[in-house]
Design a protein around this ligand. Structure first.
Ligand SMILES: [Zn+2]
Ligand SMILES: [Zn+2]
Length: 182
């Protein structure tokens, strides 16, 4: 099982190693990390946000064009939205093997608090692992501490722990390579 993480040049520097390390131990997979080669499509100037659905289309097209067999998670700094939602922390399309996570709302500075690398690393690890969970076939979970819980606020995100609950953990471990490659 393999996952590519495309780290955009605008995404936070200096925290890539700890974030990838956390995701590796959380999800039990060893992703490879590359500088993002995909053009950031979907920018909506009036909102100063990126349409996550349009961006996923472009990652998906890149995957097909380059015959990349494994799922891809893109990490970007730009704020994301989808129609009818003012923002999303991230978005995944399991069948196409593509996902994106944004660091825009994961740093303390967005909320007028003092910056902390540790907080940013923590949150990006959780939301990155959450999107990878989707890529591996997991759905949302109702356990507030679980990685697969869908947070709507920073407080809910901070309530999550860096762990999958027992039933999500079981689902994760039952994912076979065949399933994720179709
Ligand atoms: Zn989700
Ligand atoms: Zn769970």
């Amino acid at each position: 099982m393999h996952i590519h993480i495309f780290w955009d040049s605008g995404a936070p520097e200096g925290i890539q190693t700890p974030v990838v390390k956390n995701i590796t131990s959380l999800a039990g997979i060893q992703p490879s990390v590359e500088e993002n080669p995909v053009r950031l499509a979907g920018y909506a100037g009036e909102k100063k946000q990126v349409d996550a659905a349009v961006l996923l289309d472009s990652i998906s097209a890149y995957r097909r064009r380059h015959a990349i067999p494994d799922p891809v998670l893109l990490v970007i700094a730009q704020d994301l939205f989808i129609p009818r939602h003012s923002f999303v922390f991230g978005l995944a399309r399991e069948r196409e093997g593509v996902a994106v996570v944004s660091s825009a709302r994961l740093g303390n500075s967005f909320y007028g608090r003092d910056h902390s690398d540790d907080d940013l690393i923590d949150r990006l690890s959780k939301e990155g692992a959450h999107e990878i969970g989707h890529l591996l076939g997991l759905s949302h979970c109702s356990v507030p501490e679980c990685i697969m819980f869908k947070p709507d606020t920073l407080a809910e995100l901070d309530c999550k722990k860096k762990m999958f609950c027992p039933s999500c953990r079981q689902a994760l471990e039952s994912v076979s390579i065949d399933q994720i490659r179709t």
